[in-house]
Design a protein around this ligand. Structure first.
Ligand SMILES: *Cc1c(COP(=O)(O)O)cnc(C)c1O
Length: 251
């Protein structure tokens, strides 16, 4: 690390990574006949230091994704980042425990990981108290190999009908995490399946408003996700490099 980088004045690597990601997002969108501006970059900052996040904000990034409520709270409330919160959005992309729902509603513009009616009802209650309409996505589990959490396809339509009746939540779309594959092409069927589910939900009119968003695609497979209709890609490693976990944070 150069001296300038070490004292935090400049981070050419970060800037390069960011511009490369935007280029790749644009190319994937154009390949699929889509507009690059219809795809939001969620910058995944779990385990990333406040100093690094501040640099990413300085570089113009605006939407940040955290997987744990407490870690996000420490960052959002820090002196360094609080002052920059103008125009910044924080999204929760990891599993939400019921006892953290109150803080989550206070912190996050969008919660990507609603996966049960009970959790939705609790979030709704806290949103009401906070005088807020909480934007949410429903996390869908598309196979047994995918992440532990998520609503199964069989339960999705019934659940979405009930959750859409909660007045203080606004369902914007669906989120999924496919299994990890070396070859991103192998993730494609999961992405196209999530899009098909969203379209089927919209056609069946179980919700009064159409679902738009598909939160899918990470460092290894975001271009394929964009080709299959992702409106939000969640990217950490390609921006900040490999994460260094300490024991406590390992997941
Ligand atoms: C960590 C994480 C990401 C980012 O993964 P990268 O491979 O580092 O881009 C995206 N989504 C979720 C839910 C995550 O937990």
């Amino acid at each position: 690390m150069s001296t300038l980088r070490a004292i935090g004045m400049i981070d050419t690597q970060l800037i390069e990574n960011i511009s490369r990601i935007y280029r790749r997002i644009s190319h994937a969108a154009i390949r699929a006949g889509r507009k690059p501006e219809d795809i939001k970059l969620i910058v995944v900052t779990k385990t990333i230091s406040i100093q690094q996040i501040k640099k990413a904000m300085d570089a113009g990034l605006r939407i940040f994704g955290e997987s744990k409520v407490q870690e996000a709270q420490t960052k959002v409330m820090s002196d360094e980042l609080r002052v920059m919160n103008n125009g910044i959005e924080w999204h929760l992309i990891g599993h939400l425990q019921k006892n953290k729902a109150k803080t989550a509603v206070e912190l996050f513009e969008m919660i990507h990981s609603i996966d049960s009616l009970e959790l939705a009802e609790i979030a709704d209650k806290h949103a009401k108290k906070a005088g807020k309409t909480q934007k949410i996505l429903l996390q869908v589990k598309l196979s047994d190999e995918t992440s532990k959490y998520g609503i199964s396809k069989d339960n999705l339509f019934g659940l979405i009908k009930k959750i859409s009746e909660l007045k203080n939540l606004s369902i914007k779309g669906l989120m999924t995490i496919p299994p990890f594959f070396e070859s991103p092409e192998k993730a494609r069927p999961y992405f196209s399946e999530l899009r098909a589910l969203r379209d089927a939900i919209n056609e069946s009119r179980v919700t009064s408003r159409e679902l738009q968003d598909l939160s899918m695609g990470m460092t290894n497979d975001f271009e394929v996700a964009i080709e299959e209709g992702a409106t939000m890609v969640r990217i950490g490693t390609a921006i900040f490099g490999e994460r260094k976990y300490c024991h406590k944070e390992a997941q």
